[in-house]
Design a protein around this ligand. Structure first.
Ligand SMILES: NC(=O)c1ccc[n+]([C@@H]2O[C@H](COP(=O)([O-])OP(=O)(O)OC[C@H]3O[C@@H](n4cnc5c(N)ncnc54)[C@H](OP(=O)(O)O)[C@@H]3O)[C@@H](O)[C@H]2O)c1
Length: 218
């Protein structure tokens, strides 16, 4: 069914347009490269319609989503007719999401990883498999992780407040992991989130209520 304003409440649509204007004012920019829906809850279709309009008007170059699991991304792609450029998701060696990646590939949605380093959890920078692979190439565990993601065609947005680490995180284009190294990292997958299960009813209820009470006043 095509996206149709008669079946959608206008509330989130208007709020998204207002929120965009407010953000642009604060940023002092004429257009944005990429604008995302952060969580797959509430009137996402109203927000998506607003974002599609902003894209058409040239005020945003690409629009995307975040934390949309397979069911949500299929629903959005099939119903809206506007395919997200990106889905930003938790992805690191302990939660690799290969099945979800295949669904995104099927729609041409780019997979972008948040928590590429699991935000440091599970002692990831000292992991024996990652460290020994790094030693082979003269790279750190962090660089091995980023390279592994890029070789899976996953976009990375590692976060660091340290200049040296930022430089290190860019310095990953002069080597390639061999297939047996890729396989060794694949074996680290637990298939479980380290942060938030967007399919767990109790966690979803908590987040939806948090969002209701913490939405910016407009
Ligand atoms: N869409 C969502 O729901 C969502 C959720 C969470 C995060 N995000 C976004 O995802 C991006 C990634 O950040 P993240 O918070 O998920 O964390 P992350 O990239 O997994 O990890 C960041 C941690 O790794 C450390 N680090 C960075 N580079 C390193 C290196 N080369 N060697 C050793 N340690 C290193 C950083 O410490 P230092 O800063 O001290 O270097 C920081 O503690 C951010 O832009 C964030 O806003 C999105």
């Amino acid at each position: 069914m095509p996206l149709n304003s008669t079946i959608l409440p206008p509330r989130r649509h208007k709020r998204a347009l207002k929120a965009f204007d407010a953000s642009m004012k604060k940023l002092g920019l004429d257009y944005l490269d990429l604008y995302l829906i952060h969580q797959p809850y509430g009137d996402i279709y109203g927000a998506w319609r607003a974002m599609s309009r902003l894209k058409k008007e040239g005020r945003i170059r690409s629009i995307g989503v975040s934390n949309f699991y397979a069911d949500r991304i299929v629903d959005l792609c099939e119903n809206s007719g506007v395919i997200p450029a990106v889905n930003q998701l938790e992805c690191h060696p302990f939660f690799q999401r290969e099945a979800l990646k295949r669904v995104l590939d099927g729609y041409g949605v780019a997979f972008e990883s948040w928590a590429s380093f699991a935000e440091g959890k599970n002692n990831i920078f000292k992991n024996a498999v990652l460290s020994s692979i790094g030693e082979k190439y003269g790279k750190s565990s962090a660089q091995v992780i980023l390279r592994w993601l890029i070789q899976r065609d996953i976009i990375v947005i590692p976060k660091s407040v340290k200049i040296e680490r930022m430089k290190q995180n860019f310095d990953i284009f002069d080597f390639a992991l061999a297939p047996d190294d890729m396989a060794a990292i694949a074996a680290l997958d637990t298939g479980k989130t380290l942060f938030f299960d967007h399919a767990d009813p109790e966690r979803v209820k908590w987040l939806v209520n948090w969002m209701k009470h913490n939405a910016p006043k407009q």
